[in-house]
Design a protein around this ligand. Structure first.
Ligand code: GLU
Length: 464
């Protein structure tokens, strides 16, 4: 069975690079009816925060990537790690190292001076003497002294590292806390992970982790190291290039499916297809198709995808989504007309919420330039007043077509061109010069409110 995991360190929010590897891991497991686990790597007690952990889980829930089983917290597993450290010590595959920090520093300095790669010199590897007093030892693993550490990466291909490049690294610090590369390996092995999909910033950790797998006779999983997401200038993605926190995308009004579709295409492709439903992603994704080179963040693409998903959402879904943007339209009798006419025009849910509010609320101000253009002389007021009385004396009007019929008849009877009435009417109704069809607006707010707004506009604009 294929088992994958996402293993964030709770040192900050969930960033989009993390979400992308989570998505790849999720897709690969779900596609093959395997398991996908979530593991919080919170052993670095100084750098972890509870808030960061909560933020990561919240982001995960928002995008809807469900994981199997309970969330695994490394901080709950110290006893387990200790068991394996003891086992390695007992089997003479690990040892106490009493080298002080000062000694290590001067060794490094010396090596740098001689243009050598700084590395621990194995001085306690086979130590039998009396340990120096007052030094709390670290525990180091015995890495192979010669040979080659080799693995086949699903993205990068064959990777070979000379064993001499991996030193006897520390697996437990002097305070007993196990180190990162050690616990990742123990967890991946015990959780039965078959495919590790992660950022290629971890590529250099993999040979060290393989040393641990081999020391403990664990089965080595398949690794897939995914290249970074870069900004359009080819540099590391930063906050300046757009949001990096997944939850920022929610605030900005992106739908989770837009973000996931955007992320799946960053570093993976299937022909030139751009739109992928979750079902299609599951059908088509394969980590062996992940690109070898870095991908570039493209904000316009995300925006385009989001408009696509908004446009193609049912109104029922939009109504639910809009509640997150402080708009509850559930009981509005013209919500269908409102959403049908707006969803083709917006890029984000936030924009949809703002534009809806702009239509549903009586304007508080009127666009200056628009007013100058539309209200040139008294004739405009006369026309609008006339239209008010037509509206007032009309029977029931519900649909945009009811308003359109009335409006066209009004133009005809008064020998008016649309241009003379359209803009003043639009400004009176919404305060601005562009937007959805005026007939839709009047149908949405209704006859009485339309009359109300036109009257108010005349009053306010006249008194300017
Ligand atoms: N905790 C690591 C990180 O957040 C990921 C470890 C892994 O995927 O192996 O970068």
């Amino acid at each position: 069975m294929t088992i994958t995991r996402f293993a964030p360190s709770p040192t900050g929010y969930l960033h989009i690079g993390g979400l992308r590897t989570a998505l790849f891991s999720y897709l690969w497991a779900r596609k093959l009816n395997g398991k996908f686990y979530l593991r919080i790597e919170d052993t670095d007690l100084k750098r972890n925060s509870y808030d960061a952990m909560k933020a990561i889980i919240e982001a995960f829930e928002w995008v809807g990537l469900s994981h199997d089983g309970e969330v695994v917290y490394q901080s709950d597993r110290f006893d387990l790690y200790k068991e394996y450290i003891d086992k390695l010590l007992k089997e003479d595959k690990a040892y106490y190292c009493y080298m002080s920090k000062d000694e290590l520093d001067s060794l490094r300095e010396e090596q740098m001076k001689n243009k050598q790669t700084p590395r621990y010199d194995n001085r306690y590897r086979d130590f039998n003497g009396v340990p120096p007093e007052g030094v709390k030892p670290v525990i180091r693993i015995k890495a192979p002294l010669q040979g080659i550490i080799n693995f086949n990466d699903g993205v990068k291909g064959d990777i070979s590292v000379n064993a001499s490049e991996v030193d006897d690294f520390i697996i437990a610090r002097s305070d007993g806390v196990p180190t990162y590369n050690f616990v990742v390996t123990i967890d991946d092995a015990l959780m039965g992970i078959t495919d590790v999909i992660r950022g290629d910033d971890h590529l250099s950790n993999t040979p060290k982790q393989i040393v641990v797998y081999e020391a403990l006779n664990f089965k080595i999983p398949k690794f897939h190291h995914v290249p970074m997401i870069l900004n359009p200038q080819g540099k590391k993605l930063s906050k300046r290039d757009g949001a990096t926190d997944v939850m920022e995308y929610k605030k900005m009004g992106y739908m989770p499916q837009s973000l996931l579709n955007f992320l799946v295409r960053l570093g993976w492709s299937y022909g030139d297809q751009e739109i992928f439903s979750l079902k299609e992603m599951l059908e088509l994704f394969n980590p062996n198709d992940i690109n070898k080179s870095a991908s570039a963040y493209n904000a316009e693409k995300l925006s385009w995808l989001n408009s696509h998903y908004i446009k193609n959402s049912t109104n029922e879904k939009l109504l639910k989504d809009l509640e997150m943007y402080e708009l509850n339209l559930a009981s509005h009798d013209k919500k269908e007309i409102l959403l049908d006419s707006l969803k083709d025009r917006v890029k984000t849910l936030d924009e949809l919420s703002q534009m809806s509010k702009g239509i549903l609320h009586i304007p508080e101000s009127y666009d200056d330039k628009g007013v100058k253009k539309a209200f040139k002389n008294d004739e405009t007021y006369e026309i609008l007043n006339k239209f008010i009385s037509i509206l007032e004396s009309a029977g029931e009007l519900h649909l945009p077509s009811d308003f359109e019929e009335l409006f066209n008849k009004f133009l005809e009877d008064n020998e008016l061109k649309f241009g003379k009435v359209g803009l003043p009417l639009r400004i009176s109704l919404t305060g601005i010069t562009s937007g959805i069809s005026i007939m839709d607006i009047m149908a949405i707010i209704g006859k009485n409110e339309s009359v109300n707004r036109i009257k108010k506009a005349i009053e306010v604009i006249k008194s300017r």
